[in-house]
Design a protein around this ligand. Structure first.
Ligand SMILES: N[C@@H](CCC(=O)N[C@@H](CS)C(=O)NCC(=O)O)C(=O)O
Length: 201
């Protein structure tokens, strides 16, 4: 399989962490891709018309895209066990969607600050995206800690990818200051071999 890839992308990192957790990195060839909404560059637009990564070219079927689709496919194919059976599945999927929402807002902020021309940047829009992240981190600290101390799953991996991206691109915002428990969890989780092997720095 061929995975269109950029090491800084939190969505790509979800996929590569899954592959490391499953001991299956040798099942994919990484194809570098780069682009933005202003310039698709080398994004695989012929494979994913949205011009986004990750995208996974399979041996025996059409290319898959969107990290949630790819992760479900790989988990099933590799029997990785990162999505539990229902009813626990619903918790895992909601945490994965919550974490992906943090990554979405954080990536949009990055585009606003570094891709959109200075004259059309909006401080209010940036503040609005950060308030989504801020609210969501507070909700995670408030209600997800017991799930985070359970067996590793795709919800935790997606959250790790999101927090890693905040450290990479938005470290000046210091989300840890008011979330000591989540900060402790991330301190431990970030040391997993799969997280260390996919560190974007
Ligand atoms: N919902 C998608 C989001 C993927 C995404 O936004 N990827 C970014 C890289 S971090 C991208 O490809 N951006 C290029 C663009 O938006 O044009 C997923 O989960 O895979």
């Amino acid at each position: 399989m061929r995975l269109y890839h950029a090491p800084a992308s939190p969505f790509v990192r979800k996929v590569t962490v899954l592959l490391h957790e499953a001991g299956a990195m040798d099942r994919v060839t990484l194809i570098p891709a780069a682009g933005t909404p202003l310039d698709p560059g080398t994004m695989p637009v012929d494979r994913n018309p949205l011009g986004k990564i990750p995208a996974l070219e399979r041996e025996d079927g059409p290319t898959l895209y969107d990290s949630r689709v790819i992760c479900r496919f790989l988990d099933d194919t590799l029997q990785a066990g990162l999505y539990p059976a229902a009813p626990h599945l619903w918790e895992t999927l909601v945490l994965e969607a919550t974490a992906d929402g943090i990554s979405d807002a954080a990536v949009l902020m990055r585009y606003e600050e570094h891709v959109r021309p200075k004259a059309s940047q909006s401080p209010e829009w940036l503040a609005g995206q950060w308030s989504k992240i801020d609210r969501t981190l507070t909700a995670v600290e408030g209600r997800w800690i017991s799930h985070l101390s359970g067996p590793v799953d795709m919800g935790q991996i997606a959250l790790g990818a999101a927090l890693g991206y905040l450290d990479l691109r938005h470290s000046q915002r210091d989300w840890r200051a008011t979330r000591p428990v989540l900060a402790r969890w991330w301190g431990d989780f970030s040391k997993r071999p799969s997280m260390l092997a996919t560190h974007p720095g």
